[in-house]
Design a protein around this ligand. Sequence first.
Ligand code: SAH
Ligand code: SF4
Ligand code: F3S
Length: 436
Amino acid sequence: MKKAYLETYGCQMNVNDTEVIFSILQGAGYARTENIEEADLIMANTCSVRDNAEQRIWGRLEVFNRQRKLRPGTLVGIVGCMAERLKDKLLDTRKVDLVAGPDAYRSLPRLLEAIAPESPQIDVLLSREETYADITPVRTDKNGISAFISIMRGCNNVCSYCVVPYTRGAERSRDAHSIVREACDVYQKGYKEVTLLGQNVDSYLWKSGTECVNFARLLEMVAAVAPDLRVRFATSHPKDISDEVIAVMASHPNICRHIHLPVQSGSSRMLALMRRKYDREWYLERVAAIRKAMPDCGLTTDVIAGFCSETEQDHQDTLSLMEEVGFDWAFMFAYSDRPGTLANRTMQDDVPADVKNRRLNEIIGLQNRKSLERYRSQIGKELEVLVEGPSKRDPAQLCGRASNNMMCVFPARGRQAGTYAHVRVTDCTSATLICE
Ligand code: SAH
Ligand code: SF4
Ligand code: F3S
C-alpha cells in the first residue's frame, strides 16, 4: 500500500474532513502515515478564515516541495477551504499536483489516478447535496475516547467578515439516521464522547418523507444511544439557539453542559454591520435563558477586535459584555479582511493595525482575568470527569474534561482512560482545574 501524510489546519470540521479523506484514500490504496519522509502523497487540509491561516500554508508548501524533490514521485496536494479560494494561484506555483475543495473528496481517487507530470488535477466544485453521510471516517484522535461527527456542511449565513460560505458553499444537513448510526458505531468501538459538528448546528434540519428532524430532536436521538455516551456540539449561533434545544440539554444528563456561543462583538452597531442578525440585548437574553435552565453550564465564545469602523465605544461595549457574561474561555482574533466577503467589497478595513492589536490585547487581558475567576469559582465543587489519559505535564496524573468542558487533572490511582472519575476541585489555573 502507498502512504498518505495529511496535515490539518482550521476548525474541527476540517479535522473530521481529514478523517473522511483518509477513509476515501484507503479505497484508493493509501494507508495513513504520520511520517512525512515515507509519504507517497503529502497533503494539507487548509483554512482560509484569516490571512495568517493562509500564510502558514504557503510556508508548509515550501516544506512539502523540498520533500517532493528529495523523493521523486511524491505527490503534493492542497485540499479544503484554501483550495476552494486560491485554486489558480496554487496551480501557478507548480508546487502542487492536486487541488480539491471540501465537496470534492469523493473524486480524490480519480484525480490521483489522473495526475501526470505537468498535469496537475483539480476539482473545486461545491455541491448542494454532499454530506459524506455514508463514509465511515478513519478516526485520527489520539485517545480513542472522543469522536467528532459532522452533522451538516456549509453555511447559509452571510456574516459580512466571513469567508466560510464561499469556501464551503450552501448549508445542508446530513441524514439523521446516518448520524445516529455513526454514534452507535463509535460507542461500540469504545468511544465515550461524540461532538456533533456544524457551522451553525441550531439550524440543522433534515427532512425525508414525513420525517422532519431539527437540532433539538437530533440531540435527543444521539443522547439516547447510551447513557454513558457524552454528547457535545459546536457551533451554536446566538440568533438560532432555541429554548427547545436548551430544554433538551437540561433534561439529558449525558448532553454536556457547555455551549460555544460566538458573540463576535458587544456593540449592537458592530453586530448589525457584521450581519449577525442579533444585537447585544438578544445575546444577553440567550445567556440568561441558558443559565436559568442550567446554572452550571459552561460558556465559551469567539470575539473579533477591530472590525470595520469600530470605535473606542464599540470596543468598550465588547469589554463590558465580556465582563458581564464571564465566559470560561474565548477565541479572540484581530479582524482580518478577506477577499470576496461583503465587508471586503463594501466596507473599509479602517482600524489601524496598532489599534486593532491594542484592543485585542485588552480583550485577551480581560478574558484571562475572567477565565481565572470562572475556574476559581469551581474550587470545592465535585465534578464528573471523563478520563482521557495521562496529563501532559505529569504522567502520574490523569486528565479529562468535566461536563462544562473545563480540563481537570487529578491523581491516577489506577484509573483507566474512558472511565468516569468523580473528583473534587482543590485549586486551579486559568485553564485547568486541579482536583483530588
Ligand atoms: N460558524 C461559526 C464560526 C466560524 S469561523 C460562527 O458563526 O460562530 C470561527 C471564528 O473565526 C468566528 O467565530 C470568528 O470569530 C472568526 N473569524 C471569522 N472570520 C474572521 C475574519 N475575517 N477575521 C477575524 N476573525 C474571523
Ligand atoms: Fe461564517 Fe457567520 Fe457562517 Fe459562522 S455563521 S461560518 S461566522 S458566515
Ligand atoms: Fe477555516 Fe474552512 Fe473551517 S475557512 S475555519 S477550515 S470552514
